[in-house]
Design a protein around this ligand. Structure first.
Ligand code: CUA
Length: 343
């Protein structure tokens, strides 16, 4: 075994690397990996503040080191005229910090103005999506006021076109949540009784993870979401697919699965377009099989995880609103077949 003394110098380095790796560089939920103009402005602002903070730190350490060295050299004879100390306090403690804070204040207001102008002036019309925060998932409604028959609802995964501003109308029906996709924009709260809006744009196709950023109850930490940015043509095709209800099941197992769904009251909370399931208080499952995750980003949408979720939702996400429905083994298998046929 290596003696501890040999390992010790590496510990601070390892700790720094761990901290840095945990915060930046992975690209996932990373403010410093901006993927759109709004996030770029925020990242610019971060780097300017960071550079200023580093400059202040270096200046402070330099003055401190100078003072310590000088004190050692002068020894007992270290007596400065009182005016010397007063000047240092006046400049170092008042004038310079006030100037730096003013610079940060002006830059912050300037960044805010630049962001709020983006996507709201000339240029392509923003796509408007209503996002409602629920304990503990996200309802997502695609709006098209000129063609209401082309509107639809989905959950937890927000598809957007690249290169076009997206305007989110953020609402809540229960408590305060906060919408945050760090690669795309800052946080905006979802507050019961009011509508906040957030405009962002994604420049590169990809999947960006987001997270509820305001404590909203026991499962706040498991209230994630994904934003998937598609090139405009693919996005248009995706929208057309979403409008079509899923084809009714034809094989006997899936037919049985649909009956299990309807007879056990799942449709009281969930909707599946084209069926009697019209519930509005739980995620719309019309195209459930096309989702990447279940339970708001908690688990991958695989057969095994879905079976576990339906059998014991309170064990996986205690305090969520989904009750466990007692099913026989073959009923559960048929239900899984049916749900994963909802493409
Ligand atoms: Cu919703 Cu935290």
């Amino acid at each position: 075994m290596r003696p501890l003394s040999a390992a010790r110098p590496r510990l601070p380095l390892a700790a720094c690397a761990l901290l840095a790796g945990g915060c930046v560089g992975t690209g996932v939920q990373d403010v410093l990996a901006p993927r759109g103009p709004q996030a770029e402005r925020i990242a610019d602002w971060f780097w300017i503040s960071f550079a200023l903070a580093v400059a202040v730190f270096v200046a402070f350490v330099a003055v401190l080191a100078y003072g310590l060295l000088r004190a050692r050299r002068l020894g007992e004879r270290n007596e400065l005229p009182p005016a010397h100390g007063r000047n240092l306090v006046l400049w170092g403690g008042l004038v310079v910090p006030t100037a730096i804070l003013l610079v940060l204040l002006v830059l912050s207001a300037y960044t805010d103005r630049r962001i709020s102008r983006l996507g709201r002036g000339a240029g392509p019309e923003p796509l408007t999506i209503e996002v409602v925060g629920e304990q503990f998932w996200w309802q997502v409604r695609y709006l098209d006021p000129a063609h209401p028959h082309r509107e639809f609802t989905t959950a937890n995964e927000i598809h957007v076109p690249t290169g076009r501003p997206v305007r989110l109308l953020l609402e809540s029906r229960d408590v305060i949540h906060s919408f945050w996709v760090p690669n795309l924009h800052g946080k905006t709260d979802l507050i019961p009784g009011r509508t906040n809006d957030l405009v962002f744009q994604v420049d590169e196709p990809g999947v960006y993870r987001g997270q509820c950023a305001e404590f909203c109850g026991t499962q706040h930490a498991r209230m994630a979401l994904l934003v998937e940015a598609l090139p405009p043509a693919e996005f248009a095709a995706w929208w057309e697919r979403q409008l079509r209800p899923p084809a009714p099941p034809t094989d006997s197992v899936r037919v049985k699965g649909r009956d299990v769904f309807m007879k056990n009251g799942c449709g009281v909370c969930h909707s599946i377009r084209g069926t009697p399931a019209r519930g509005r208080v739980a995620p719309d499952l019309t195209h459930f099989a096309s989702r990447r995750t279940i339970a708001a980003g908690t688990l991958p949408n695989t057969r095994g995880h879905l079976g576990g979720w339906i059998s014991d939702p309170q064990g996986i996400k205690p305090g969520n609103r989904m009750p466990a429905v007692p099913l026989k083994g073959e009923e559960l298998q048929a239900l899984l077949d049916y749900l994963h046929s909802l493409k």
